[in-house]
Design a protein around this ligand. Structure first.
Ligand code: SAM
Length: 237
C-alpha cells in the first residue's frame, strides 16, 4: 500500500471512522492533481503524500466526527483547493456540496478534481458577501464549513447568512482561538447565532491539535448582513 492510502486508512481508524476503496481511489486522484497543479498555480504550501494525507485530507475528514452530514446541504466558504469540502464529500458521498471561492483559478482546480475523481459537487466562483445576499443561496444550507479564511467575526458575517435556522456553522480554528471566539459572541448574536460547543481533535500522524467551533443558528440573519467586504473589514461586527 502507498503512503497516502496507508496514512488515510490508519488515520481514519484513529478518528473512529471508516474509509472504503472507492474513497481511497478518489483521494489518490485528488492528491495527484494537487501536486501536478501546485507546480503551476499557488494552491498550497503542503506537499508530499504524508503531509497532504494528514494536514489536508484527515484534518478535513475529522469534521465527520463532529456532526452528521448524511444527505445534508453543505457550503464550504473560501474553499481554495477544496478544503475541507472535497474530502468531506469523498468521506460522505450523500451530502450535497457547494464550494465557493473568490479566486477563479482555484475554482477551476476544484471543478477539475470533481470531474476527474467522479465527485458530484457545485464549485462556484464568487464572493461570499455577494452570494450570501442571493435568494437561491441565502438560508438554504444545513451547514457552512470554513477553514483558514478570516477571523471569527468576519467569517461569521460571511458564512451565517447561508445557513438555515436550526443549521450550523463549523469553523475550523486553532486551539488558541479561545479569545477570538469569546470576543465574537456579540457579533454572532447580531447574526442570529450562538456558540453551541467546541470540539478539539488530534490531527492523525501529527502532534497538532485543531478545534472545530460549532455555531448554531437560532434566528434569521437580519437582511443588512452580509455587508460589502470593505465595510466588513473596516467595521467588523
Ligand atoms: N479553505 C482552504 C484551506 O483551508 O486550504 C483555503 C484557505 S485560503 C488561505 C483562503 C481562501 O478563501 C482563498 O482561496 C480566498 O480566495 C478565499 N476567500 C477569502 N475571502 C473570500 C470571500 N469573501 N469570498 C469567497 N472566498 C474568499
Amino acid at each position: 500500500m502507498h503512503i497516502l492510502e496507508e496514512k488515510l486508512t490508519k488515520g481514519m481508524n484513529e478518528l473512529g471512522l471508516a474509509i472504503d476503496e472507492k474513497a481511497l481511489t478518489a483521494f489518490r486522484k485528488y492528491y495527484e492533481l494537487l501536486e501536478e497543479t501546485n507546480k503551476v498555480m499557488n494552491l498550497t504550501a503542503i506537499s508530499g503524500e504524508s503531509d497532504v494525507a494528514s494536514l489536508h485530507f484527515l484534518d478535513s475528514l475529522a469534521l465527520l466526527k463532529v456532526t452528521e452530514f448524511e444527505n445534508k446541504r453543505v457550503i464550504d466558504i473560501g474553499s481554495g483547493a477544496g478544503f475541507p469540502g472535497i474530502p468531506l464529500k469523498i468521506g460522505c458521498p450523500s451530502m450535497k456540496l457547494t464550494m465557493l471561492d473568490a479566486l477563479a483559478k482555484r475554482v477551476g482546480f476544484m471543478a477539475r478534481v470533481c470531474e476527474e475523481a467522479g465527485i458530484e459537487a457545485e464549485p462556484i466562483h464568487g464572493r461570499a458577501e455577494e452570494y450570501g445576499q442571493k435568494k437561491e443561496y441565502r438560508e438554504q444550507f444545513d451547514f457552512a464549513v470554513s477553514r483558514a479564511v478570516a477571523s471569527m467575526n468576519m467569517l461569521a458575517e460571511l458564512c451565517i447568512p447561508f445557513i438555515k435556522v436550526g443549521g450550523c456553522m463549523l469553523a475550523m480554528k486553532s486551539v488558541d482561538s479561545g479569545d477570538e471566539v469569546k470576543k465574537s459572541e456579540e457579533c454572532l448574536e447580531k447574526l442570529g447565532c450562538v456558540v453551541e460547543r467546541t470540539v478539539d481533535y488530534a490531527v492523525p500522524h501529527t502532534d497538532v491539535t485543531h478545534r472545530c467551533v460549532v455555531i448554531r443558528k437560532v434566528s434569521p440573519t437580519p437582511k443588512q448582513y452580509p455587508r460589502r467586504f470593505a465595510k466588513i473589514q473596516k467595521e467588523p461586527l
